[in-house]
Ligand binder design. Structure first.
Ligand SMILES: NC(=O)c1ccc[n+]([C@@H]2O[C@H](COP(=O)([O-])OP(=O)(O)OC[C@H]3O[C@@H](n4cnc5c(N)ncnc54)[C@H](O)[C@@H]3O)[C@@H](O)[C@H]2O)c1
Length: 353
């Protein structure tokens, strides 16, 4: 075992019903064998795009990592992925003692998890496969160790049906690449112990991630549900010949995407209401929610929704004035432009005109 401690986060920043009925007694307890802060050894099962990205992330944060993947060329691919990611990880800042040499690729799933203090599953998005695999991981991992699935959308209630120790199974949904994008969405299923959800959320924070802990299962969680809505609109436009793929991509990277990198869609729209904030925005544009700008059905903008959105924006502002938020957003947009090399280009182009 390597004694090096994982460092604190290096990255920036910091409901629906479930489908499967609980087969037996709900929520067995999931005693954690060690505190999230004391984890040193992590197992990653499934080592493709996401599993490999998790491996790179955990290595960079100073953990010992074991990995298992049934593909014949998996180790080669995984080591290539880690080597390719490492320069970026060095730039962000490695934890003390972090090294790609602390990766061990095992011949069996059982070996990979036998000594693990946390398990991240990143196998293909197939429900039956996930059910079987999570049951196998539950049988092989030390008692009480939390097992997280990277699933992009399956509710844990649907995936934990075959596991005897379902209480320790959670969703830990990352974004690609997990070694650069901070967000992880954490949520349990009907049979998950609340303590396992809390443990996982804390562990991811210690491991340098930005965590949203969801109270309820929602297909697609939060971010994929949002991405999916945008994606559906984009496909409508392509299918109808209304916009090209390039136009759609440019409309985001040259438009709202720049703002979204530093401020989410709610506060961004609150600023579109000027000094009146979200309330003015809703008064002004609320009626047009019913205009056929979108191919998705709009919700009824009733009083309850109106108040919830206005209140949510006020809470998110956390005492900052509209002017302060504008300044913060602008600083963030400029930082993104500079970071992506577009600020210099614009200056040159501007001067040449
Ligand atoms: N690609 C993304 O952007 C993204 C983002 C977030 C979450 N996810 C989720 O991460 C998971 C993995 O997706 P991916 O994009 O890395 O897929 P991938 O195809 O790149 O990798 C899957 C890996 O799992 C291995 N595998 C196959 N059968 C297995 C088994 N029985 N047990 C263990 N491993 C097995 C494959 O050999 C492969 O290396 C999925 O649940 C997916 O929904 C993907």
């Amino acid at each position: 075992m390597n004694p090096a401690q994982p460092s604190p986060p290096a990255h920036p920043a910091q409901a629906a019903k479930s489908v499967q009925p609980a087969p037996s007694a709900p929520a067995p307890s999931a005693p954690a064998p060690c505190a999230p802060e004391d984890v040193r050894r992590v197992a990653c099962v499934g080592a493709g795009v996401i599993g490999g990205g998790w491996v790179a992330h955990f290595l960079a944060r100073g953990y010992d990592v074991t990995a298992w993947d049934p593909a014949a060329d998996a180790e080669q691919k995984l080591r290539r992925l880690v080597a390719a990611a490492w320069p970026a990880l060095e730039q962000i800042g490695l934890a003390e003692g972090a090294s790609p040499d602390r990766l061990t690729v095992t011949a069996t799933l059982e070996e990979a998890v036998s000594d693990a203090q946390f398990v991240q599953e990143s196998a293909p998005e197939k429900l039956e496969l996930k059910r079987d695999l999570l049951a196998r991981l539950d049988a092989a991992a030390p008692e009480g160790v939390v097992i997280a699935s990277s699933t992009s959308g399956y509710p844990m209630s649907e995936m934990q049906t075959l596991a005897a120790g379902a209480g320790r199974l959670v969703v830990g949904h990352p974004f690609n690449p997990p070694y650069l994008i901070p967000l992880v969405e954490v949520v349990g299923g009907e049979r998950t112990a609340p303590s396992a959800v809390g443990w996982a959320s804390r562990f991811y924070e210690v491991a340098g991630k930005s965590v949203i802990t969801m109270e309820r299962e929602v297909p697609g969680f939060i971010a994929n549900r949002l991405q999916e809505a945008l994606w559906r609109e984009a496909l409508h436009m392509v299918a109808n010949g209304e916009a090209t793929v390039a136009e759609i991509d440019a409309s985001i990277t040259e438009g709202p995407g720049l703002r979204w990198a530093c401020m989410g869609p709610m506060l961004t729209f609150a600023l579109a209401g000027g000094e009146g904030g979200m309330a003015h925005m809703l008064d002004h544009f609320g009626p047009s929610l019913k205009a056929p700008w979108t191919r998705l059905e709009a919700p009824e903008l009733d009083r309850e929704l109106y108040d919830a959105v206005v209140r949510g924006c006020e809470e998110a502002a956390a005492g900052r004035t509209i002017a302060e938020l504008v300044a913060e957003r602008d600083r963030g947009v400029i930082d993104v432009l500079r970071a992506t090399g577009r600020l210099a280009d614009r200056r040159t182009e501007g001067a040449a005109k």
